[in-house]
Write a protein that binds this ligand. Structure first.
Ligand SMILES: Nc1nc2c(c(=O)[nH]1)N[C@H]1C(S)=C(S)[C@@H](COP(=O)(O)O)O[C@H]1N2
Ligand SMILES: [Mo]
Length: 423
């Protein structure tokens, strides 16, 4: 810091030094007392000495350059080829419940399709009275709704089945984003085509080179699926399926087909690649779980965490994290700082919405001794997030998908946090 302030005149130093010192008494444990003589408060800063950028210099705004470290990141050994890979949401840097559009993790099977909305078509075929093809303009004439939903890839936390591995909640839990979608209830589009009585399943298909498909039961489609074209108020990002993606609330991310081009209605599931060879869980007895659509309740502490160490020493710590459930809301999150000897109810702040992320906080006074931090989500069905041990005792150790076990961060006396497991 000091270089920037070199050569600036310490004009009102003595007066302000006194003011800062008396303020210190009010805020007790914080380091406000250290502010006495601080040039950052005493001296005129560069940004107050010159005019700033005018309007129109950034017709589409971007974050401050001081936030350049807040970014999606991949894990090199998981990225054999970027067109069929994943990166991760920087959960540790975020607050509240909404994921900013530019920070939503990406999962592509064949890269980001660049779809021209004027050539965009959505086709409905199969067991319908009237096979239909919609343009963007056609879709804009359907009634629309707004909903905030999380999308979690079923493989989120999948690298942690055998033990603690990746050091940061971005990498262990960052295959999730939480966005407000604007879209058309899928039910309305299906009603327009007229589903035949035998039509019990849907096969949404992507327009990208992977042509990704998944089987979705009719009840879900008629219940809460959306054909979405906006995220957080603006057009979907290309990475998230511009111009149209399917939203399948609470269900595994793989079903949320991006660049949605076709929906076929059929009388039974198709058992395509993404629901047989992938997105099934091999159990210890050699059988695989079929159609594990719903995402179980889960939570993670985002700070302190390996990428967010405690840097200010003993004293007040704001612990925070996120919790979500594919089956409803999160009425309660418990947290512990001593590896589960004592649990405390965390404070949930912000909207508590169905199938959306929830934000929780737990403020405590750190004595400077090592900590074992955990959080445990309860959802509105009464389900409680299991320990990793409980999960492995039921599911074995062959799984990749649907790992919603309780995460532990060990914090040492220096405040450095690490991914660990305790038994
Ligand atoms: N067309 C298409 N849709 C797709 C995919 C894809 O590769 N192509 N990936 C799926 C997977 S596995 C996930 S987890 C989510 C990821 O959505 P996101 O990139 O918005 O995070 O999209 C799903 N929809
Ligand atoms: Mo996924």
């Amino acid at each position: 810091m000091s270089e920037i302030f070199k050569g600036m005149k310490p004009s009102r130093r003595n007066f302000l030094k006194g003011a800062a010192a008396s303020g210190a008494a009010l805020v007790g444990g914080t380091n406000a007392a250290k502010a006495a003589g601080d040039p950052a408060i005493l001296e005129k800063q560069p940004w107050a000495q010159f005019l700033g950028a005018g309007v129109d210099e950034a017709p589409y705004g971007v974050p401050s350059k001081f936030e350049a470290h807040v970014r999606r990141q991949n894990v090199p050994w998981l990225t054999a080829d970027p067109v069929s890979s994943i990166n991760f949401t920087p959960l540790h840097e975020l607050d509240g419940i909404i994921t900013p559009n530019g920070l939503c993790f990406e999962r592509h099977h064949a890269g980001v399709a660049e779809v021209d909305p004027s050539a965009y078509r959505l086709m409905i075929n199969g067991l319908v009275d009237r096979p239909l093809v919609f343009t963007m303009q056609d879709l804009m004439r359907f009634p629309r709704e707004n909903h905030v939903y999380f999308l979690e890839c079923a493989a989120n936390t999948g690298m942690e089945w055998a033990g603690a591995q990746l050091n940061g909640c971005q990498f262990t839990h960052g295959m999730i984003h939480n966005v407000m979608y604007t879209g058309i209830p899928l039910r309305l589009i299906l009603q327009e085509a007229g589903v035949k009585t035998a039509g019990k399943w849907l096969l949404p298909e992507g327009a990208d080179a992977s042509g990704m498909t998944r089987s979705i039961p009719m009840e879900k489609a008629m219940d809460d699926c959306l054909v979405a074209f906006k995220m957080n108020g603006e057009a979907l990002r290309p990475e998230q399926g511009y111009p149209v993606r399917l939203v399948v609330p609470g269900w595994e991310g793989n079903m949320w087909v991006k660049w949605l081009r076709r929906i076929e209605v059929g009388d039974q599931p198709w058992h395509h690649r993404e629901e047989t060879s992938k997105y099934t869980d091999l159990l210890a007895n050699g059988q695989a779980r079929r159609f594990t659509w719903e995402m179980d309740a889960k939570s993670v502490i985002t700070s302190p965490s390996p990428q967010m160490p405690i840097t200010h020493g003993p004293g007040p710590v704001v612990m925070t994290g996120v919790a979500w459930s594919g089956r409803g809301t999160i009425p309660r999150v418990d947290v512990t700082i001593d590896g589960g000897m004592n649990w405390h109810e965390a404070r949930i702040s912000g909207p508590s919405l169905n199938k959306s992320m929830h934000r929780f906080y737990y403020e405590f006074d750190w004595d400077g001794k090592p900590l074992l931090l955990q959080s445990r989500a309860h959802d509105s069905t009464g389900y409680v997030q299991p320990t990793k041990e409980q999960l492995r005792s039921v599911r074995g150790e062959n799984s990749i998908y649907h790992n919603n076990g309780i995460q532990t961060w060990a914090v040492d006396a220096e405040g450095v946090a690490e991914n660990v497991e305790i038994s």
